[in-house]
Design a protein around this ligand. Structure first.
Ligand code: FAD
Length: 407
C-alpha cells in the first residue's frame, strides 16, 4: 500500500477541487488532490461556459481569472424565442453592464490543473478514492479528535492511503462517498435534455432560449469555434432516438433559425442529461466538507452550477486556511455561509425551467391537448412580462446574471 500524509485531501479535480487546491497552495497548507480521470480525459469533459461577473471578481485577486479574462468572451444579450419568433433581451443593460463571461469549463479546468502542477501542487491523476474512514489515521481533525484516512486505488490497481486532517469532497454528481449525518433533498424533473457541443462558430453573438410548443431549446456561445445546444426531450428518449438529421431539424425549428445549418462540425460532446437536483444539508460532517456538485446538483438552466462550485471552493479554502492558522470559526460556519445562496440559485434555476420548458410538472408528451395548450398560454404570458414589466425584467436580469441588488 502506498501511504501518504497531508493536512487536507481533496477528492475531485473539477472547478471546486482545483480552486481549493490553488488557495491552499497560496497559504502553504499541505494538500493532496486526487482525481479519478487521467489528465487528457479530465480536460475533455465539456460542460459549463457561462461564468458570472461576481465569480470572476472573486477569482481575480487569486490569479485564477486569467484564462477567462485573457481568452474568454462576454455575453450580455439573450434572444428569447417563443414559437419561432425571436426578441432580444439586454440583461447587461439592466445590471450595469454585468453580463456573463463566457469560457469553456473544460479549458478552465485544464488551465487550472496545468498551473497547479507548475506551481508544485500534488495532483494524483487516474486515482479513484473508494472510501473515507473518519476517526482513522494519525492526524487529528480540525473539528473532532481523530483524523481521516482516505482509501483509493490507482489505474494499475495498486492501493493507496492518505492520512489527513480534513477531506474536501468535490466529486461532482456522484454521491457515493457522502458521509453519514448529511441529509440529501432531491428531485428528478419529468423530462430530459439532450446536450451537444459542436465544433463550429456560433450562429451569432447572442444566447438563444426558445420556448416552443415542442419544448425548450437553447443555443449558447462557448468560444469562437465551439457552440453549445440544449434540447428538451421526453424522459423516455435516449441518444439513439435523436440520430441523423432529426436533432438538427428540431433545433432549427425550435430556435427559429430555419436553413442556417445548426450542426456544421463534429460533436465535441453529445449526451442525454437527467435533470436531477439535490441539496445536501449540512455540507459538512466530521472532517469531511462537501463542495460543488457533490453538495448540490443543479440543472444547467440558468448556468449556476460551476459558479456555485467555485464560490464553495473559495469559502471552504478560506475556512481551512483560518483553521490551520488556529481559528476554526469560519470553517465551522461553512454550511451556513453557503446554503442560502445555493437555495436561491436552485429556486432561480427551477423557475427558469418552468418558464422555458412550459411548466415543469405539466410537461408530458401524453398530456391532453387542452391542458398542454393552457400550460403554453401561461408560459407565453410569463415570457411576455419580460418585455412589458420593467420590475420583472430587472429581477430576471439580476438573478440570471448573478448580480446582487446591493452590488
Ligand atoms: C451540459 C452542462 C452545462 C452546464 N453549463 C453550466 C454553465 O453554463 N454555467 C455553470 O455555472 N454551470 C454549468 N453546468 C454545471 C457545471 O458543469 C457543474 O456544476 C460543475 O462541473 C461542478 O463542478 P465540481 O467541481 O463540483 O464537479 P465536477 O466538475 O463534476 O468535478 C468532479 C471531479 O471529481 C472527480 N471524481 C468523482 N469521483 C471521484 C472519486 N471517487 N475519486 C477521485 N475523483 C473523483 C471527477 O472525475 C471529476 O473530475 C453545466 C453542466 C452541464 C452537465
Amino acid at each position: 500500500v502506498e501511504r501518504r500524509e497531508a493536512e487536507v485531501c481533496i477528492v475531485g479535480a473539477g472547478p471546486a477541487g482545483l480552486v481549493v487546491a490553488h488557495r491552499l497552495l497560496d497559504a502553504r497548507v499541505p494538500f493532496i488532490l486526487v482525481e479519478q480521470l487521467g489528465s487528457s480525459a479530465l480536460s475533455a469533459r465539456a460542460k459549463a461556459g457561462m461564468i458570472e461577473h461576481r465569480t470572476v471578481r472573486a477569482l481575480s485577486p487569486h490569479g485564477l481569472a486569467a484564462p477567462i479574462l485573457e481568452q474568454g468572451t462576454t455575453n450580455g444579450v439573450t434572444e428569447i424565442c417563443v414559437d419561432g419568433e425571436r426578441r432580444a433581451f439586454d440583461y447587461a443593460a439592466l445590471t450595469g453592464g454585468r453580463g456573463h463571461h463566457v469560457y469553456p469549463q473544460h479549458r478552465l479546468v485544464q488551465a487550472w490543473a496545468d498551473r497547479l502542477i507548475e506551481r508544485g501542487g500534488t495532483l494524483l491523476f487516474a486515482t479513484r478514492v473508494t472510501a473515507i474512514e473518519q476517526g482513522a489515521g494519525r492526524r487529528p481533525a480540525p473539528s473532532s479528535q481523530a483524523g481521516c484516512r482516505v482509501l483509493g486505488r490507482s489505474a494499475d490497481g495498486s492501493p493507496m492511503e492518505i492520512d489527513c486532517r480534513a477531506v474536501v469532497l468535490a466529486t461532482g454528481a456522484s454521491a457515493g462517498l457522502t458521509p453519514e449525518g448529511i441529509e440529501s433533498h432531491e428531485h428528478t424533473h419529468p423530462f430530459r435534455w439532450l446536450t451537444a457541443m459542436v465544433e463550429m462558430p456560433p450562429l451569432g453573438e447572442r444566447t438563444i432560449y426558445a420556448a416552443h410548443r415542442n419544448g425548450f431549446a437553447a443555443h449558447l456561445r462557448r468560444s469562437p469555434s465551439l457552440t453549445r445546444y440544449y434540447l428538451q426531450i421526453d424522459a423516455r428518449d435516449n441518444l439513439g432516438d435523436w440520430q441523423g438529421e432529426r436533432l438538427g431539424a428540431e433545433l432549427e425549428l425550435r430556435l427559429g433559425v430555419a436553413g442556417q445549418g445548426v450542426i456544421r462540425g463534429p460533436f465535441v460532446e453529445r449526451d442525454v442529461l437527467d435533470l436531477r437536483v439535490r441539496v445536501c444539508e449540512p455540507m459538512q460532517s466530521g472532517c469531511v466538507y462537501l463542495a460543488g456538485d457533490a453538495a448540490h446538483l443543479i440543472t444547467p438552466a440558468g448556468g449556476k452550477g460551476m459558479n456555485l462550485a467555485i464560490m464553495d471552493g473559495l469559502e471552504l479554502s478560506e475556512g481551512l486556511i483560518e483553521r490551520f492558522g488556529g481559528h476554526p470559526a469560519r470553517l465551522e460556519r461553512y454550511s451556513q455561509a453557503r446554503l442560502p445562496s445555493i437555495w436561491r440559485a436552485q429556486e432561480f434555476s427551477n423557475w427558469m425551467l418552468t418558464l422555458f420548458c412550459g411548466g415543469v410538472l405539466e410537461f408530458h408528451r401524453a398530456m391532453p391537448n387542452p391542458a398542454a395548450s393552457f400550460a403554453r398560454g401561461l408560459h407565453r404570458a410569463q415570457v411576455e412580462r419580460l418585455f412589458t414589466d420593467p420590475a420583472f425584467a430587472r429581477w430576471f436580469a439580476h438573478a440570471y446574471a448573478g448580480v446582487e441588488e446591493a452590488a
